[in-house]
Structure formats: structure tokens, C-alpha cells
Design a protein around this ligand. Structure first.
Ligand code: PLP
Length: 396
């Protein structure tokens, strides 16, 4: 017999993957240049200078056992120290190598944090719109995902609705800023308000309500936008970080969980996260990649390519009549569906080989996600199709 819920997760593709696969099929039929695929969030710029050099250096200068061998399950202690030293310099924190646990990206980092907090009846709250995989990261891992309706049109936090959903079972609130799918960065004011609310509610329910801060886009900002470091605002914060997007290495699988020294139950919490990771088959994060990211603390993505796409799409689409909050980080835009039904609009776009993701799975069925990590040339070629689609909708 097969576990039905696991089968279900493996059998059904996400809406994003569905469109992405469709795009590849269509390209074979109508030609790659006639498909405008804005479905997936795969970094479209090469790894910044320094990343490949660090790999080559490690392979050429160190012995093979050091480079490719197992490390301790948290990661190599001196490499963890290099990363936490860098965070201490940047954020004025007092982290040690104990506070960091290298993972294979943000996905298992979030899963481990959720599993570590999954006591019977546990609930994890997320603000819509949200990364659809959070359903998979929570529900099969022992925690119910509770969704807060969106704060339209600015997509910060809907505080009255959030407060209503916090109760004695609330173990954590997932925060993702810069946000996928909106590109919004939560302001300092929003985060301070969130911290005040969670402090008050933690006291009321008699246990800490943690923030799980999912941060794959922390370094991906435009116009020098400020991304507040959440542990400095709210002590009970677990940071789930990924190098996938900042270093354009999503296939290399490297990130970390950070249990800050200010967290309630710091030591048992970190131990529970290590246990949770072990229970999903974690042995250690890739040894070579641990080395690379420790050496690349000051390597930043060249945001100019994403910025050029962002500005061109934002300016063109809003001039045609689309409504959208201007993204300040990440590489997505979240656009209100003309006509109000994102699925119907996405289908009409698909018929013209324009692939944009309906917001249903993100918790916003009236919005569409556009990934801006694509080629500028494709952006240019797609604009007449975006224009045609909204004009047709206006006439209907
Ligand atoms: N969280 C968010 C919000 C994401 O957008 C992604 C990937 O797109 C992930 C987590 C997973 O990141 P990783 O590749 O590091 O597992």
C-alpha cells in the first residue's frame, strides 16, 4: 500500500511547474521565441564573480576528503563561524557557530523549523499571498497552515485578520520579505507592529509564538531598499536563509536555519530542529557548497538585469491599465487580474503563449504572478501580448 497523501503530493504538479512544462512543450511546437514564459523563479543571471572561483579554488587547493567528505550535521564548525561572524558584523548580533545549521536550501530549513514546533494541534500562520509550497512544508509535517487574507493593495500585513487567527495552538507565523509573489518588503513599522502583537499574544497564550522568517530574497533589493533584520526586532525569530537566489545557485542546495541567541529555549529549539532535519533524511549540507558560501559572504548579485526587467514591465503594464504594487525586492510582480478572475485570465494568456501564474495557490485568486527573472528580449517581445489581453478584457 502507498501513503495516499504522499502520492497526492508527488502526483500533482504545482500550477507553476505545470505552466513551465507546458512552455517547454509549446516552444518545441511554435518556436522558443514565440513563447513568453514568466512562470518560474529560476535566477536568470550567472553566479556572481567569486562563486565559481571559490569552487575552483576549493577543488584545486584542498584535498578531496576535505572538500567532498561528510561534515558534522550542522555543517563544518569553522565555516559556520565565518557565516555568523559576517552576520554579527552586518547586524550587530552576537551569534556563534552553535546558532547556525546548514541545510540544503530554504525549503528543508522551513520544514525543519515547522517540524520542530509541531506539537499536537500546532498551527502555523501565514499572510496571503504566500509561497504555495508552505502548504507542503506544514500540513504533512504536523502543523495546520492558517491563512490570513491579503492586505490589498499594498500587501503588507492584515493585522485585524491576523490577530483573530492567533490562539493557544499558534506556534509560529511565517514571514517572507522580500516577498514571493509580490516583491514587497515589509516595512520596519509593519514588523514592529507584528512584534508587538506577537509579544502580547505570546504572553496571553503562555508560550512563545515564533516568527519563521523565510529569507531567500534578503539580498535581492532595488534602489538600496532596506530589509529589516527581524531577529533585531523580535527575539523569538528563526531565520531560514537560502543562497539559491542571491548567488544564482538554486541547484546546488545550500542555505541555513538560524536560531538566534535571543530565542526562548534556544538550545532545545536548535536541537529539535537538528532532530527534525535528521528525521527527513538530512545528513549534512553539501560540503563543497558550505565552503563556497562561507567564502562568498561579500559577494552580491548584480541586480541590474532584474531591475531592467522590473522597470520595463512595471512601467509598460501600468501604462496599459494593469494594477500592480511596485516590487522593491525579489524578482516577481503581482498584478491584479483584469476582469477579476486570475485563472480565466491566465488561460486566455496561455492561449497566446504568455505564461503567467494565477494567484489561487498563493491565496489570491484575483491576482497573477509574473516572474521577472527572464531575458529582457522576451520582456520586449511579450509586451504587445500583455497590451492585447487587457484591451480585449476591457472590451468584453
Ligand atoms: N521560500 C520561498 C519564498 C521561495 O520563493 C523559495 C524558492 O523559490 C523557497 C523558499 C525555496 O528555496 P530553496 O531553493 O532555497 O529551497
Amino acid at each position: 500500500m502507498i501513503n495516499e497523501s504522499m502520492w497526492e503530493m508527488g502526483h500533482t504538479r504545482s500550477c507553476i511547474r505545470e505552466l513551465f512544462e507546458y512552455g517547454k512543450q509549446q516552444a518545441a511546437i511554435v518556436g522558443k521565441e514565440n513563447v513568453y514564459d514568466f512562470s518560474i523563479g529560476n535566477p536568470s543571471i550567472p553566479a556572481p564573480e567569486g562563486v565559481n572561483e571559490a569552487i575552483i579554488n576549493a577543488v584545486q587547493k584542498l584535498d578531496s576528503i576535505t572538500v567532498h567528505g561528510y561534515t558534522s550535521s550542522s555543517g563544518n564548525a569553522s565555516l559556520r563561524e565565518m557565516v555568523t561572524d559576517d552576520l554579527n558584523r552586518r547586524y550587530g548580533t552576537h551569534l556563534t557557530s552553535f546558532n547556525i545549521f546548514f541545510t540544503c536550501g530554504a525549503a528543508p530549513a522551513v520544514v525543519s523549523a515547522v517540524r520542530a514546533l509541531a506539537v499536537p494541534g500546532a498551527e502555523v500562520i501565514v499572510q496571503a499571498p504566500f509561497f504555495p509550497e508552505y502548504r507542503v512544508y506544514t500540513e504533512p509535517n504536523g502543523a495546520k497552515l492558517v491563512i490570513v487574507p491579503p492586505d490589498r493593495p499594498n500587501f503588507q500585513i492584515n493585522f485585524p485578520e491576523l490577530e483573530k487567527r492567533i490562539g493557544v495552538n499558534t506556534q509560529a507565523v511565517i514571514v517572507n520579505s522580500p516577498n514571493n509573489p509580490t516583491g514587497v518588503i515589509y516595512s520596519l513599522e509593519t514588523l514592529e507592529k507584528l512584534a508587538d502583537l506577537l509579544r502580547r499574544k505570546s504572553a496571553e497564550v503562555g508560550h512563545p509564538i515564533y516568527i519563521i522568517s523565510d529569507e531567500p530574497y534578503r539580498e535581492l533589493v532595488y534602489d538600496h531598499a532596506f530589509v529589516p533584520f527581524i531577529p533585531s526586532i523580535y527575539p523569538d525569530t528563526i531565520v531560514c536563509y537560502s543562497f539559491s537566489k542571491a548567488l544564482s545557485v538554486p541547484g546546488e542546495r545550500i542555505g541555513y536555519v538560524l536560531v538566534t541567541d535571543t530565542c526562548t529555549d534556544e538550545i532545545p529549539l536548535m536541537e529539535a530542529i537538528m532532530g527534525a532535519a535528521r528525521s527527513i533524511g538530512h545528513v549534512c549540507a553539501p560540503s563543497l557548497q558550505q565552503r563556497v558560501v562561507a567564502l562568498c559572504a561579500h559577494v552580491w548579485p548584480d541586480m541590474e538585469v532584474y531591475n531592467k526587467n522590473r522597470l520595463r514591465l512595471y512601467n509598460a503594464l501600468t501604462s496599459y491599465g494593469y494594477e500592480c504594487v511596485k516590487p522593491r525586492g525579489a524578482f516577481y510582480m503581482f498584478v491584479k487580474a483584469p476582469g477579476g478572475n486570475a485563472k480565466a485570465f491566465s488561460d486566455k494568456a496561455k492561449a497566446k503563449n504568455l505564461l503567467i501564474v494565477p494567484g489561487d495557490d498563493f491565496g489570491c485568486p484575483d491576482y497573477l504572478r509574473i516572474s521577472t527573472c527572464v531575458s529582457y528580449d522576451m520582456v520586449e517581445r511579450s509586451l504587445p501580448v500583455f497590451k492585447e489581453l487587457i484591451e480585449e478584457e476591457m472590451k468584453a
